[in-house]
Design a protein around this ligand. Structure first.
Ligand SMILES: CC(C)(COP(=O)(O)OP(=O)(O)OC[C@H]1O[C@@H](n2cnc3c(N)ncnc32)[C@H](O)[C@@H]1OP(=O)(O)O)[C@@H](O)C(=O)NCCC(=O)NCCS
Length: 176
């Protein structure tokens, strides 16, 4: 479990399905990040079981209510293949947008990644046009690496232009 001023980051539980569905059913949340909107509480429960219940993926719990409002995690994938690297991913329920909540949670997760897990590189990307996520990555101090014209987005059955950013351990140490 990790903690920030306004949030707790803790593993997802199947009993979070209703709160997960409340926010993940909104078509403004998943599709821009590359996954379809959740279709039912049962669908959210299955996604919690199959996708979100992995190490280093956390429910963002709003301290004021004690309920999950989004998700954040460190993943291994094509971009972050090495043992000492990960990709940062996140989403937040629309009613909570614009209060700096994901940057706050991400700063703590980056600290955890570099200090506790001793990772060397954290990648973070966004699809062209996702200016909100672009802003989050800029504010966190990620540095632009490259753009790919046709990145496969398997869950949406399409390709998109994607931008890739990076933060190294040295970058992080320099700013702390
Ligand atoms: C991207 C996202 C996680 C940002 O989280 P957040 O906690 O709202 O982040 P911030 O409060 O720092 O806001 C980021 C930007 O969103 C924009 N924004 C703020 N409030 C907004 C609102 N109510 N509606 C629309 N855009 C808003 C602003 O441009 C802001 O940048 P600024 O601080 O320079 O003004 C959230 O918008 C989200 O879940 N989007 C859908 C999923 C997604 O894109 N995930 C990332 C995939 S790469």
């Amino acid at each position: 479990m990790l903690e920030t001023e306004r949030t707790i980051l803790r593993p997802w539980r199947e009993t979070d399905a209703e709160e997960c569905y409340r926010y993940a059913k909104d078509p403004r949340v998943g599709p821009i990040a590359g996954w379809p909107a959740h279709t039912s509480v049962e669908n959210s429960r299955q996604i919690i079981r199959d996708i979100l219940s992995v190490p280093e993926t956390y429910a963002i719990v709003w301290k004021e209510t004690g309920l999950p409002i989004g998700s954040i995690g460190l993943h291994h994938n094509d971009l972050a293949e090495g043992e000492d690297e990960a990709e940062l991913g996140y989403w937040l329920g629309v009613p909570y947008w614009g209060q700096g909540i994901v940057p706050e949670a991400a700063r703590e997760l980056l600290r955890h990644a570099f200090e506790d897990l001793s990772l060397a590189r954290i990648w973070c990307g966004y699809y062209d046009g996702n200016v909100k996520s672009e802003r989050v990555q800029k504010k966190l101090g990620f540095r632009y690496q490259w753009t790919t014209d046709a990145v496969p987005v398997p869950q949406m059955g399409e390709t998109r232009k994607g931008h890739v950013n990076l933060m190294t351990r040295e970058d992080w140490l320099c700013s702390h």
